[in-house]
Design a protein around this ligand. Structure first.
Ligand SMILES: Nc1ncnc2c1ncn2[C@@H]1O[C@H](COP(=O)(O)OP(=O)(O)OP(=O)(O)O)[C@@H](O)[C@H]1O
Length: 266
């Protein structure tokens, strides 16, 4: 913890943090009982960093995700993005959830364009950008199909294109590949890495997969069982672009062991 803390301090000094999570706690009242989902979470995420969150089920990852996105208020503490306190839904983000939330009566292209429509962005350039994004993720030729004609992986690719359409500074993903089979998931990781590398947006990924977290991230944050706190903030020093074969390297396996031990130990 001390070592990675020191590295984070150095990183922070080099670039102002895009996202600051400052003493965030969150309680829920359910059926007369109070549940503390998060307890004093502190974290800084630099501009352009890719940070993943791992932790046991119910440790508050999704709760923290919603608080950062401004979709849920913290009970204590605050989140600041680019120095501004988050007190309403953040607009400068693209979000991807496990369910792709594509609209069945719209074509793939029209689904991606929804992002521009709700934001009232000019449609002609948005359409051009949408086609470009769809091509980058291998969906050229599928623009006019309906979501139900696509596989799960293709649907999630379309959802990622929608999240990237408006060039938001922050990309947030909550278990985006959780429902996909292992091979499709590998390919999605490669595609996501390629898309992210082009623009280096600040990215937050909530995942249950240790290897996915290592593969994609600059830092992997491990949370404790409820009430969720940060128990490890691990810098991943693997060269980019990362390859599937790299997962067999000694360095990758060592990260895996360290993270598995940390999650298993708490
Ligand atoms: N709206 C709510 N009302 C009551 N309790 C809630 C609510 N949302 C979350 N919780 C509780 O807060 C805790 C954290 O939930 P959260 O969904 O954030 O965890 P998680 O780490 O994302 O879980 P998983 O990995 O299973 O998706 C859980 O105990 C959950 O039951």
């Amino acid at each position: 913890m001390d070592e990675s803390q020191a590295r984070n301090d150095a990183l922070r000094a080099a670039a102002p943090a895009a996202i600051v999570i400052d003493g965030v706690a969150r309680q829920f009242n359910s059926r007369g009982q109070s549940v503390t989902a998060l307890d004093n979470v502190n974290l800084q995420i630099g501009d352009g960093e890719f940070v993943s969150f791992l932790g046991p089920s119910g440790c508050g990852k999704s709760t923290l995700f919603m608080i950062v996105a401004g979709l849920l208020a913290p009970s204590r503490g605050e989140v600041r993005i680019a120095g501004r306190r988050v007190d309403r839904p953040v607009t400068d983000i693209g979000i991807v959830f496990q369910q792709d939330l594509l609209v069945d009566w719209r074509t793939v292209l029209e689904n991606v364009l929804l992002q521009a429509e709700v934001r009232r962005l000019p449609l002609a350039p948005a359409r051009e950008r949408a086609r470009q994004l769809l091509q980058q993720v291998g969906l050229a030729g599928f623009e006019n199909r309906r979501p139900w004609e696509l596989s799960g992986g293709m649907r999630q690719r379309a959802a990622i294109c929608r999240a990237l359409l408006h060039d938001a500074r922050i990309l947030m993903m909550d278990e985006p590949f959780g429902a996909l089979d292992a091979l499709t998931r590998d390919q999605m990781n490669l595609d996501l890495q390629a898309l992210w590398s082009q623009t280096r947006r600040t990215a937050i990924l909530v995942t249950h997969s240790i290897s996915e977290a290592i593969f994609l991230s600059d830092r992997v944050v491990v949370m404790s069982p409820r009430p969720g706190r940060v128990i490890l903030d691990l810098r991943i020093d693997l060269p980019r672009p990362r390859t599937i074969e790299m997962r067999d390297s000694a360095e990758f396996v060592a990260y895996q062991k360290q993270l598995r031990g940390m999650i298993g130990a708490h």
